[in-house]
Design a protein around this ligand. Structure first.
Ligand code: NDP
Length: 269
């Protein structure tokens, strides 16, 4: 059953899903997606909207965000919002202004998908440039810390919120030449674990990390230029676990490090 007949990629992707959620499983939930203009973030934003969520589209390229916005408003009854924002420049003031804008628009927040990342250089640590290292750490770690810290109040206000940090296999086992990207993903896992432990007892916000696995995007093509993209899974085929982590069925899952490729899904476990 297609989630939305106007989104054929999602319909095709669902053939690979192991969990088929209710079409309205995210109805009226407000979810912030970073890096929503391209790749996995774009697929997630569209998928969430197709399942009823009001999606806050954060990214650095306005035109890409507008294309996602237009797509969503043409095909769903949800209320997306565009937030052009370069996470490389995010600081206390910018983060707090963003939170105030979300508060003014929605008053609460049910989810954050920390998805935007920089790949950075693919060189040995011995040759890693200091400025490039700092850029990757700012986008992949510092920005996630700032946004999460400042959004905690709005997430708690929803009473049932989900924060997902996007990891990578090189963030769980270090690999040569992955440099700052790999280190940033280890830091992401650490941030997720600390938050999950801090909020375990209150039970209002769950924090989990997710490795999407090899997925056909611009970042994947940059990392593996010799690979045939047709042999790599589409972002839409990964969306079952993304939906699961933001809907009520995952309410009990906190502090988990998940992998989209081997996720059994609630019906298989
Ligand atoms: P893409 O490069 O295709 O998309 C990344 C998105 O992040 C883009 O929309 C990009 O914006 C945005 N972004 C990058 N830098 C910034 C910034 N400074 N400020 C705001 N937005 C920014 O990546 P993927 O979709 O492949 O990756 C998504 C996530 O999945 C990442 O966290 C990645 O590490 C992870 N991942 C991906 C895998 C894969 O095989 N694709 C495998 C394992 C993990 P813009 O379009 O304007 O450049």
């Amino acid at each position: 059953m297609p989630a939305n007949p106007d989104y054929p990629e999602l319909t095709a992707g669902r053939e690979h899903w192991r969990y088929l959620p209710d079409p309205d499983c995210l109805k009226d939930r407000v979810i912030l997606v970073t890096g929503a203009g391209d790749g996995i973030g774009r697929a997630a934003a569209k998928t969430f909207a197709c399942h009823g969520a009001h999606v806050i589209l954060l990214g650095r390229t306005r035109e890409k965000l507008e294309a996602v916005f237009d797509w969503i408003t043409a095909r769903t009854d949800t209320r997306p919002v565009i937030v052009p924002c370069d996470l490389e420049a995010l600081n206390d003031e910018a983060s707090q202004a963003l939170v105030a804008a979300i508060d003014g628009e929605f008053g609460q927040l049910h989810g954050v998908l920390h998805n935007a990342s920089l790949l950075g250089l693919r060189v040995p640590i011995a040759h890693y440039d200091t400025h490039q290292w700092a850029r990757v750490m700012q986008v992949n770690v510092n920005a996630q810390f700032l946004l999460t810290r400042d959004l905690l109040g709005l997430l708690e206000a929803s009473g049932d919120a989900s924060v997902v940090f996007t990891s990578s296999s090189v963030g769980r086992q270090g690999r040569a030449y992955w440099g700052a990207y790999a280190v940033s993903k280890f830091a992401t896992e650490g941030l997720c674990q600390v938050l999950a432990d801090e909020h375990e007892h209150a039970g209002m916000i769950r924090f989990n990390s997710l490795n999407p696995g090899a997925t056909r995007t611009g970042m994947r093509a940059a990392a593996y230029p010799a690979e045939n993209p047709a042999q790599v899974a589409t972002a839409e085929s990964r969306m079952d676990i993304y939906l699961y982590l933001f809907e009520a069925a995952s309410r009990h899952v906190n502090g988990a490090a998940l992998d989209a490729r081997d996720w059994p899904g609630p019906t298989d476990s």
